[in-house]
Design a protein around this ligand. Structure first.
Ligand code: C5P
Length: 242
């Protein structure tokens, strides 16, 4: 029986107070154990470790620190250890940082935080084939396939990808988790800067393990209702698969 995916709410709001208000709403959700909170570049650069601590305390949720590390192996390993010191549960590195960088991170965390989930970013969901080709010299599908093979060899927990690549990653590497941003819960929702978007139904069909939703929740008129609706959709659609 496939496991229900977890909802990851991106806290990309313009102030710590607004992120904490959303964290408070989440702490009151009946199904809060199925929700992770994502602290990304904006919040971390502004609010730092203290912000992470306050969000964790306010929400009681597991924290995904999405800093997408990309550097030389020694710096990546040291940075990963610093992430572990923040008491977070999941983090991101770039698969394109290469086998040595990813391995260095996994070796460092094997000692400092063996339970940390490390997700390797394949192709950002804001890339389409043309913009990805301009940087990597291949199409998204083949780039994601190559980067997943490298990340699997390095021993990461899973891949950050769009829903469109999730099934292919799982077919090639059944042990890898997939975390998919670019989720737009309703068909007619605007993609914003995302190019490879999908609905919750499509994400579940593709076997995604973590569904990241930011703007469709935090810019909604009623974010609490948007979270509850996403959780309900996950429940109902996942039920349909069983
Ligand atoms: O607002 P939206 O739902 O588009 O937010 C998606 C979140 O996921 C953002 O915080 C963005 O930084 C992050 N993300 C992404 N694509 C990736 C990796 C992370 O959109 N490949």
């Amino acid at each position: 029986m496939p496991k229900a995916p977890q909802l990851v709410v991106a806290l990309d709001l313009p102030s710590l107070e607004e992120n904490l208000a959303l964290a408070r709403i989440i702490s009151l959700c009946p199904k809060r154990e199925n929700i992770w909170l994502k602290v990304g570049l904006r919040a971390f650069i502004r609010d730092g470790a203290k912000g992470v601590e306050m969000i964790k305390k306010t929400s009681g949720a597991r924290i995904f620190l999405d800093l997408k590390l990309y550097d030389i192996p020694n710096t990546m390993a040291d940075a990963a250890n610093e992430c572990a010191n923040l008491g977070i549960d999941m983090m991101t590195i770039h698969a394109s940082s290469g086998l040595d960088g990813m391995r260095a991170v996994m070796q460092a965390l094997a000692k400092s935080a063996p339970d940390m989930k490390v997700m390797a970013v394949s192709a950002l969901t804001s890339f389409d084939d043309r913009s990805f080709y301009a940087v990597y010299g291949k199409k998204v599908d083949s780039g994601v396939c190559d980067l997943s093979a490298l990340a699997s060899e390095a021993g990461v927990s899973g891949m950050v990808c769009s829903v469109l690549e999730s099934s292919a990653i799982k077919a090639a590497h059944s042990h890898l988790l997939t975390l998919t941003p670019g989720i737009r819960p309703a068909q007619d929702q605007k993609p914003d800067d995302q190019k490879r978007t999908a609905t919750i139904q499509e994400a579940i069909n593709a076997g995604a393990d973590f569904l990241v939703i930011g703007r469709p929740i935090y810019t909604a008129q009623d974010p609490k209702a948007a979270i509850e609706s996403a959780l309900m959709q996950i429940d109902c659609l996942q039920g349909g698969l069983q």
